[in-house]
Design a protein around this ligand. Structure first.
Ligand SMILES: Cc1cc2nc3c(=O)[nH]c(=O)nc-3n(C[C@H](O)[C@H](O)[C@H](O)COP(=O)(O)OP(=O)(O)OC[C@H]3O[C@@H](n4cnc5c(N)ncnc54)[C@H](O)[C@@H]3O)c2cc1C
Length: 254
């Protein structure tokens, strides 16, 4: 059980909780968050080490209950679990869509601390929902913004911006977290431009440790074998961008 140190508003729909306590992790690893009496669900670590943190979109019962928790209250955390992002190469292109920036803010800080050059594309529906823009600029990344409605940055998808940037510049590796269709688009770009890709995937997770099979994807457990997969692994997934398992284990359209 960890004590909540603070709850911060990042955007109108996204909050960060910082905890009293320490969890060390590789960016991209996740924890299972237990709100007693409500639910347990996966969240990427958005801050690691002392006063580690999670950054979450308020969606349904679990995250609404989380948003109502006050500093001083306790919630359950187990982990960190899964495989995170690995720094490969010197010139990195990072693409985050919506709350996909939650683990990538931490990854960008880590990569820049390791003296890598980072170009970041941050995509959101609208200007107010951009996550970690100032954190990423402060870390020293070359930041590009896209919004669906054009309220700031370039209007359109982060994948289009990535395509434009890749046409002009060379990178050793791309990193992505966000909607699965964004990951599919970046995988196509990576294959066309001969650049590597590491992308974090989301599936329903209950145990987080490869036992319950809720997150099964073409013979892999997203919780244990991922959630970060390389381009070589991603292109073997026949169901990528197509289906996921629902709470009863039935295949449903993504
Ligand atoms: C590895 C991983 C890391 C994640 N990191 C973040 C993060 O950093 N920030 C963030 O905002 N969200 C993150 N998510 C998604 C987050 O787990 C869901 O948004 C959350 O569980 C919603 O719960 P809810 O009760 O509020 O909403 P619900 O109404 O229960 O569900 C809303 C949607 O969230 C998804 N979801 C619900 N329960 C689970 C579950 N147990 N496992 C996976 N998905 C679920 C489903 O797609 C569902 O349609 C992550 C998911 C995974 C798999």
């Amino acid at each position: 059980m960890f004590t909540i140190k603070e709850q911060l508003d990042e955007t109108p729909s996204i909050k960060t909780i910082r905890f009293t306590g320490e969890i060390s992790a590789t960016p991209g690893q996740f924890v299972m968050v237990w709100v007693p009496g409500v639910d347990e669900f996966p969240m990427s670590l958005s801050y690691e080490g002392e006063e580690f943190g999670i950054t979450y979109q308020v969606l349904g019962d679990g995250t609404k209950a989380l948003a109502n928790k006050k500093p001083g209250e306790k919630i359950g955390i187990r982990g960190p679990y899964g495989k995170g992002f690995a720094i490969r190469g010197k010139r990195l292109l990072v693409v985050g869509g919506g709350t996909g920036m939650a683990p990538l803010g931490l990854f960008i800080e880590d990569a820049i601390e390791h003296k890598e050059s980072v170009t970041a594309i941050i995509g959101a529906r609208t200007a107010k929902e951009l996550l970690f823009e100032s954190r990423t600029r402060k870390a020293g990344a070359d930041v590009h913004i896209t919004t669906d409605d054009g309220s700031t940055g370039s209007k359109g998808l982060a994948t289009q911006r990535a395509s434009d940037i890749l046409a002009k510049d060379k990178f050793d590796m791309m990193y992505a977290c966000g909607p699965e269709m964004m990951v599919v688009g970046l995988l196509n770009l990576a294959q066309g431009k001969s650049v590597g890709l590491q992308a974090s995937l989301e599936r329903l997770m209950k145990c987080g440790i490869g036992i319950c099979d809720s997150c099964a994807l073409d013979g892999k457990h997203v919780c244990r074998d991922g959630p970060v997969f390389t381009d070589k692994e991603l292109k073997l997934f026949e169901q990528l961008g197509k289906t996921k398992l629902d709470v009863t284990g039935r295949k449903t359209p993504l």
